[in-house]
Design a protein around this ligand. Structure first.
Ligand SMILES: Cc1cc2nc3c(=O)[nH]c(=O)nc-3n(C[C@H](O)[C@H](O)[C@H](O)COP(=O)(O)OP(=O)(O)OC[C@H]3O[C@@H](n4cnc5c(N)ncnc54)[C@H](O)[C@@H]3O)c2cc1C
Length: 418
């Protein structure tokens, strides 16, 4: 049963209805881009808030966004005022799923995560109440909503502080044909880390085939509308490996997120398997592990995205999203072979955390990788307070009934978070 509330009061009704029908699964759906299709379910209830798609600019450089709004529409609406909000790289992704998990987008190194700009949320909690959460009101809930929001309710509106953006940004597509993937990854890592904060890059590598060598496509945004500045900041990337193709252009940020609309744009299901990890540096071990994964051909795509820079300006304990020192976010998709799992499992110990938006595995092990122990302990305490019987469980369920070992966790957490 798909419930499609059109107002916060109807969301409250929907949550109370779902609470009376605990015997079936419950999904919460905004834009429908959850990677494993986790916002849908088979034989249960879905609360689809795509109708709450408000985009309202407020005074003081702020905006109120409904969970059903799409990031492409948000960027387009704000552009004429010289404002933007760093979000994902894909315009039809919904506000609801991304802004409750993190938000790693084209300005991440300059402006941090999407959740770092969140100033308040209106959320319908498990008891059906409409709760306002901000730094000064229900601050604990506000903390949890920024990184683990899916566990705590259905957000019906977000208030964000925006950041300025020029009329154009630099956008480069560089296609490399590296002979040594591991060496190339290491060089890419040091180049990104040394780059100006306005530079954010995504590297997508597909394995070699009989017809062609492995190709690495770099998409790089430079937040400047000055062509010379853009070229200057891109120059260090040019020598990383032989280039098969390149293009650099100035274009509006909103155009980067503009997606062709259509019924096929979003089918609410993901790839067979997707895994993700966060890592501080692309050092020799990480680079070798990723290169091995690619050469196994069990992964059909590997993506290494910028996640650092301004993300580290927010303390690790300020939000449920904890991995503030990670400079890179690795995501891979595979067809489900045992080889894929074997190579990925070998990489896991090299990561310092995980961004849950790109992970199709679920269960306690995955939750333990997504949050460091002290964060998970606090999240469980808050889950006991706000959703003690676990109504919201579709997306990396934080089980409130699990007891956390006390002292051991706290001492480990201090090391692992900072
Ligand atoms: C093509 C593509 C590109 C992407 N690029 C990026 C990127 O660049 N950066 C990035 O950070 N992420 C990216 N993502 C991941 C994306 O952020 C997540 O998949 C996100 O969950 C999608 O949000 P949605 O509202 O569209 O999804 P939905 O499928 O509607 O929701 C996903 C989950 O979010 C939770 N949720 C949804 N709405 C609410 C709500 N109102 N209140 C509380 N919880 C809610 C639910 O648990 C739900 O299961 C990308 C995904 C895709 C498919």
């Amino acid at each position: 049963m798909v419930l499609r509330p059109q107002s916060p009061a109807q969301v409250q009704d929907a949550v109370r209805y779902a609470d009376r029908h605990r015997d079936v699964p419950l999904g919460v759906r905004s834009g429908g881009h959850g990677l494993s299709g986790r916002s849908l379910n088979d034989g249960g209830i879905v609360i689809a808030v795509d109708g709450l798609d408000e985009i309202t600019e407020l005074d003081g450089g702020r905006a109120r966004l409904g969970p059903g709004a799409r990031w492409g529409d948000v960027a387009a609406a704000l552009a004429s005022h010289g404002l933007a909000l760093t979000a994902g790289d894909y315009g039809s992704v919904g506000v609801g799923g991304l802004a409750t998990a993190g938000g790693i987008g084209w300005f991440v190194r300059e402006h941090g995560l999407t959740i770092d700009h969140l100033r308040s949320v209106e959320v319908v909690t498990a008891d059906g109440e409409l709760v306002h959460a901000s730094a000064t009101e229900n601050a604990d809930l506000f903390w949890a909503m920024r990184g683990a929001g899916a566990n705590f309710g259905v957000v019906v509106s977000f208030e964000f502080e925006l950041h300025p953006v020029g009329s154009q940004v630099g956008f480069a597509m560089l296609v490399f044909a590296p002979e040594d993937i591991a060496g190339f990854l290491q060089d890419w890592g040091t180049t990104i880390e040394a780059a100006h904060p306005s530079v954010t890059g995504t590297l997508t590598i597909s394995p070699s085939s009989r017809a062609r060598p492995a190709m690495a496509q770099a998409l790089i945004v430079v937040d400047s509308d000055d062509a010379d500045t853009v070229l200057d900041r891109l120059q260090p990337f040019a020598g990383l490996a032989p280039m098969a193709d390149q293009s650099v252009q100035l274009m509006p940020y909103a155009s980067l997120l503009a997606q062709p609309a259509g019924p096929e744009a979003n089918l609410g299901r993901g790839e067979p398997l997707g895994h993700s990890g966060l890592v501080r540096h692309l050092d020799a071990d990480v680079a070798r592990g990723l290169a091995d994964l690619l050469s196994s051909k069990s992964s059909f795509i590997l993506s290494v995205r910028s996640a650092g820079g301004a993300v580290a300006e927010t303390p690790a304990d300020a939000t449920a999203y904890a991995w503030r020192d990670a400079n890179f976010f690795v995501a891979t998709l595979g067809g489900g072979s045992l080889d894929f799992e074997k190579h990925w499992n070998q990489l896991i110990p090299l990561f310092e955390g995980m961004y849950l938006s790109f992970e199709t595995d679920t269960g306690p092990d995955v939750v333990a990788r997504a949050f460091p122990p002290a964060h998970l302990k606090r999240l469980r305490e808050l889950k006991r307070q706000w959703d003690p019987s676990g109504l919201f469980r579709d997306n990396f369920f934080i089980d409130p009934t699990v007891a956390d070992p006390e002292a051991a966790e706290l001492s480990v957490a201090d090391d692992s978070v900072r």
